[in-house]
Design a protein around this ligand. Structure first.
Ligand code: UVW
Length: 318
């Protein structure tokens, strides 16, 4: 059996944006979303129809997460039951209330990855030491992304519809050329600085077939690594990749055998922000019915200090 190639070897000629926005930059390719780019993107709004892209959290049907993580747990700590048991706090005037708390993986819902979330060769985004992640991300955490916010022109690339499928199959791959062909079929074109919103139909399958079937021989469909694809993302100055899969790319690259190489090629090296587990089915149905696949995309993950990522409920305005 051939020896497994390392991600370092695979990406040895891959472009990097380290230093491009200064050595202290923590938001990477979001820098492409300048005020001029945002103002132009607002011109994509035609009808004012809105869509939210987060999956439900603490869903009784379960939360789709990367294997090894758990979905959110929400627990009531105050409700009418407490008052009926004589344990609710007595407010002057008689007002009563319900309260709860939730525990969850920061990557356990629709979420932004911090640029320091994934690395190889002991270096994270912008060349910082991976030791800066110990005990909490001291550099390139989710906080700077949350403070900046993400606003730009989004383009839905409905790969599932393009291939005439309800969902792409486990391990099914596609390339940047397929994205361009999909856009063409949809009657639109991917432009420089576009936020790519890619629908595979995969996350909807979690709710449809149930978690046991969903996680069996787990391998997600998605983009697959090539030098040409990384070069294209670099030249197109893509700020953000949003998908309805848990990890934004095919789980294991079928050519190299490397797990999640695009996390490193795009996020660690180019500073492309990754948004995972997005709910795209309602948006996609609307785009198919009115033929408008471009829109204003607005998102801001939660301001979690030192976090490796944070939940987000992006809003699309068509
Ligand atoms: C992993 O961290 C494995 O994936 P994700 O970026 O989907 O959270």
């Amino acid at each position: 059996m051939a020896e497994q190639i390392s991600v370092k070897e695979l990406l040895k000629d891959s472009p990097k944006n380290w230093g491009k926005w200064g050595d202290d930059d923590e938001v990477g390719s979001l820098n492409y979303l300048t005020p001029a780019v945002v103002a132009k993107a607002a011109g994509s709004i035609k009808s004012g129809k809105t869509f939210t892209l987060q999956v439900k959290m603490a869903n009784p049907e379960g939360d789709p997460v990367w294997p090894g993580r758990q979905g959110a747990t929400r627990i009531n700590v105050m409700d009418a039951g407490h008052y009926h048991a004589g344990k609710g706090p007595a407010f002057a005037g008689g007002a009563q209330y319900a309260d709860d708390y939730m525990t969850f993986f920061l990557q356990g819902s629709t979420q932004y990855d911090a640029l320091g979330h994934v690395w190889y060769d002991d270096k994270i985004w912008n060349g910082r030491d991976s030791k800066t992640t110990i005990g909490g991300l001291a550099f390139a955490s989710i906080l700077p992304i949350a403070e900046k916010g993400v606003v730009g022109r989004g383009i839905l690339l409905d790969m599932a519809r393009f291939r005439g499928k309800e969902s792409l199959a486990p391990g099914e791959t596609f390339t940047h050329e397929d994205l361009q062909a999909c856009a063409k079929k949809q009657g639109c074109e991917i432009q420089k600085n576009d936020i790519l919103v890619i629908r595979t139909g995969w996350i909807a399958q979690y709710y449809k077939i149930g978690s046991v079937e969903f996680y069996k021989d787990f391998i997600e469909p998605g983009l697959t690594h090539s030098d040409a694809l990384v070069k294209w993302f670099h030249e197109m100055e893509i700020p953000n990749l949003v998908t309805d899969t848990i990890a934004n790319e095919v789980t294991t690259d079928p050519v190299s055998g490397v797990t999640l190489p695009l996390h490193n090629a795009l996020m660690r090296n180019l500073g492309v922000t990754l948004t995972e587990i997005a709910w795209l089915d309602d948006l996609a149905a609307d785009c198919a019915s009115d033929g408008q696949y471009t829109f204003l995309y607005v998102a801001a993950p939660l301001k979690v200090c030192n976090g490796t990522g944070a939940p987000v409920n992006p809003v699309v305005i068509k």
